[in-house]
Ligand binder design. Structure first.
Ligand SMILES: Nc1ncnc2c1ncn2[C@@H]1O[C@H](COP(=O)(O)OP(=O)(O)OP(=O)(O)O)[C@@H](O)[C@H]1O
Ligand SMILES: [Mg+2]
Length: 262
């Protein structure tokens, strides 16, 4: 396996390979092996504290930044190893965008500058006319363009929560990632805001590999191709979403999806 994270130009599969992680002597993830297929949506479900966010944070190597954190095993982004000793972690994080539960726009910047920051993270110097075009494309892809076109240079903070979340997705997309990680991206949104994000994630198919943590099982059922159920840091079951929700093979999966615990 190569250890260089390069632009692949197409969405790669993301494979967790015997991945374990935790803090000091406390294990959180235990020997996870699991694949998010290329250009598809993988949903990760499971009760609070089972390690869902930790999985995402291992994929883009944020987990190791916490005190006492450890990781063993590997994550492969297409043919590239995220944890090979010579991997360029900054380049890896560019290839793997992340969106959090609460919108995290840059508060002092305009709508335009929030998205431009994504473009400029990818390329230091971009001619102004090209930058304008790239910002527009990212806002279009995030389904936000029409709502902000007349206030591009106003503060991002006056946008609604759902608009701010789509702005964060636009910023992540502006970096042209191969993989997009989303940690409960609609948890703070109303049904309309949620629907917009779901449609957007659905539309990203083929161009980006999406891995999304959600507590909302209807949401996982609506937009994901594959669903993984985690319990106490272990993978209980990973299957085509329709299969997992209709004919789960493990009784713990069935108990969880029918609301008997968690
Ligand atoms: N910095 C830390 N130090 C020690 N333990 C931590 C730290 N961060 C998280 N944990 C623990 O790791 C476990 C997994 O946390 P994680 O955030 O991945 O769970 P989660 O499945 O995303 O939960 P939720 O659904 O509530 O967001 C939890 O038991 C949590 O308490
Ligand atoms: Mg979490």
């Amino acid at each position: 396996m190569s250890d260089r994270i390069a632009t692949t130009g197409s969405a790669p599969p993301v494979r967790l390979d015997n991945l374990s992680a935790g803090f000091a002597d406390r294990g959180v993830l235990r020997q996870l092996t699991l694949e998010g297929p290329a250009g598809r949506v993988l949903a990760i479900i499971g009760p609070s504290g089972c390690g869902k966010s930790t999985v995402l944070r291992c994929i883009n190597r944020l987990h190791e930044l916490d005190e006492g954190a450890f990781v063993t095993g590997d994550v492969a982004i297409g043919p590239f190893s995220a944890y090979a000793p010579s991997t360029d972690v900054i380049a890896l994080r560019r290839r793997v965008g992340m969106v959090f539960q609460r919108p995290t726009p840059f508060v002092t910047r305009s709508v335009f500058d929030n998205v431009a920051a994504g473009v400029l993270a990818q390329r230091r110097s971009v001619p102004p006319s090209e930058l304008e075009g790239l910002v527009e494309v990212a806002l279009q892809r995030a389904g936000l363009w029409r709502e902000v076109v007349d206030r591009l240079f106003g503060s991002a903070m006056v946008l609604s929560g759902g608009q701010q979340q789509r702005l964060c997705i636009a910023r992540a997309l502006a970096v042209q990632p191969d993989v997009l990680l989303l940690d409960e991206p609609t948890a703070s949104l109303d049904p309309m805001g949620t629907q917009r994000i779901e449609e957007l994630l659905y539309d990203l198919r083929d161009t980006v590999t999406v891995i999304m943590v959600t507590h909302n099982m209807q949401q996982a059922a609506r937009i994901s191709d594959i669903t993984a159920f985690l319990l106490n840091g272990r993978l209980v079951e990973c299957a085509a979403t329709r299969e997992l929700f209709t004919t789960p093979t493990d009784p713990r999966t069935e108990a969880y999806i029918t609301g008997r615990f968690g």
